[in-house]
Ligand binder design. Structure first.
Ligand code: FES
Length: 154
């Protein structure tokens, strides 16, 4: 069993089903997503089938099941960003990375997620990459932003 999951489960010695969500939140905080292996371990601990846990977890859109990329991009689709063209930015991002929201690129470098307002409407349309905001994104500036991250790895 992964040490991380083991440590988390230790905090819930007599856990019942009502501890499922807090446990999953901690697992995701620590390893960035809910791997199949960790879901199975949590299931054994709570005496719940993994399929049931996946069922519950997919209901909450805070959980992700694929490993995030090294650079996790959140693209805001809130109202202010929408009005200023975030739909086009999203389309361009999908094209550049060849992935859709919730997916990770094959080289594991980028993952993306569509989110609601991230509280920086003055910067709309805005994207955040590993928590760093990029303001007033256009299809042109997006290309440069992605290129810059790619170059960091070259
Ligand atoms: S709508 Fe995008 S930051 Fe608020």
């Amino acid at each position: 069993m992964s040490e991380v999951v083991k440590e988390i489960l230790k905090q819930y010695p007599d856990a019942g089903h009502d501890s499922l969500i807090p446990i999953l939140q901690q697992v995701q905080d620590k390893i960035g997503y809910l791997s199949e292996e960790s879901v199975i371990e949590v299931g054994k601990h709570l005496n719940m089938p993994a399929s049931k846990i996946f069922g519950v977890a997919t209901f909450y859109n805070q959980f992700r099941f694929t490993q995030p990329g090294k650079y996790h991009i959140q693209i805001c689709r809130g109202t202010a960003c929408h009005v200023l063209g975030s739909a086009t930015v999203l389309e361009e991002l999908e094209k550049l990375l060849k992935i859709k929201s919730g997916q990770t690129s094959r080289d594991k470098m980028f993952s993306m997620e569509v989110v609601a307002c991230i509280g920086a409407c003055g910067l709309a349309p805005v994207i955040s990459i590993n928590g760093e905001f990029h303001a007033k994104v256009t299809t042109e500036s997006l290309k440069n932003i992605i290129e810059n991250y790619r170059n960091r790895e070259a």
